[in-house]
Design a binder for this molecule. Structure first.
Ligand SMILES: Nc1ncnc2c1ncn2[C@@H]1O[C@H](COP(=O)(O)OP(=O)(O)OP(=O)(O)O)[C@@H](O)[C@H]1O
Ligand SMILES: [Mg+2]
Length: 254
């Protein structure tokens, strides 16, 4: 569903991304790992139209994404969840979802539009999927960090994306929230393409049923199953680093 070729992004002369070839199959769940500054988020920024590359192509379902605006790409079926949650704290979970449903960032048309039974059912369905069906009347500001992340995922899901881009969903979550998030992503991956960026290797092991891509200094170092990547010496050298690094500890436990 996605074919990236020769994609380069530079910031002030520094190469942030230099992707020769990246392919995602239909309904594949791909995990991208790699050190800080490797270009992981930049790759997602390009795919959702937030950053324009210096060169390259990204073909999604036969259509070029490069050169299109964020809104155009969103309408083509690519949904992005950013690293930091940006829900409206002063609104309930339901109202945040309502905004997301009608949205495309036009708050007034969202507030004044009347909700059909079908749309209400859709909100309930998505809320249940992300474990927030008992929190619909809760103010988003009083949700836990993990629940806020789920709400953000719910808002992206309401747009029915065919490809979902998720940047570090488990960051800052409790262990039980992390595990539930993993289950959620596996479920979501059954019906759409999902690309997940993640550092937590336990979490990566839980969700990486398909391939893992290792990005280092803007390029793909290697791709393969979790076990292949975990035991790859170049990955250990470049990413897992010193034996006492957090990633290494996670790897050993995994
Ligand atoms: N808007 C920007 N302006 C200038 N430099 C940027 C910008 N965005 C990213 N960079 C640089 O591009 C490189 C890749 O950054 P990116 O955020 O994509 O890395 P990452 O792999 O997501 O890292 P992390 O794991 O820390 O989130 C880094 O050197 C970063 O400083
Ligand atoms: Mg990042």
């Amino acid at each position: 569903m996605l074919k990236i070729r020769n994609l380069t992004v530079t910031f002030g002369g520094v190469v942030a991304l230099n992707l020769h070839k990246f392919d995602l199959a239909d309904k594949e769940l791909r995990v991208i790992i790699g050190p800080n500054g490797a270009g992981k988020s930049t790759m997602m920024d390009v795919l959702c139209g937030k950053t324009q590359p210096n060169q390259g192509t990204a073909i999604f379902n036969g259509e070029e994404l490069i050169g299109k605006s964020e809104i155009e790409i969103n309408h083509m079926g690519v949904g992005r969840k950013f690293q930091k949650p940006t829900v409206f704290d002063g609104l309930t979970v339901f109202d945040n979802m309502l905004l997301g449903l009608k949205c495309n960032k036009n708050v007034f048309s969202s507030i004044f539009f009347s909700l059909s039974g079908e749309q209400r059912a859709k909100i309930y369905e998505v809320a249940e999927l992300v474990n927030l069906d008992n929190e619909l009347k809760t103010m988003a500001g009083s949700l836990s960090h993990g629940q806020k992340q789920w709400l953000e995922i719910a808002i992206v899901l309401l747009q029915d994306p065919e490809l979902l881009l998720i940047d570090e969903p488990a960051a800052g979550m409790s262990d039980s929230e992390t595990e539930k998030t993993g289950e959620l992503l596996i479920e979501l991956g059954k019906r759409r393409g999902v690309i997940v960026i993640e550092h937590d290797m336990h979490f990566v092991e839980q969700i990486a049923k398909d391939k893992v891509t290792v990005l280092v200094r803007g390029s793909i170092l290697t791709e393969g199953s979790f076990q292949q990547v975990k035991n790859d010496k170049s990955v250990i050298d470049c990413y897992l680093g010193a034996p006492d690094s957090a990633q290494m500890r996670n790897m050993k436990q995994a």
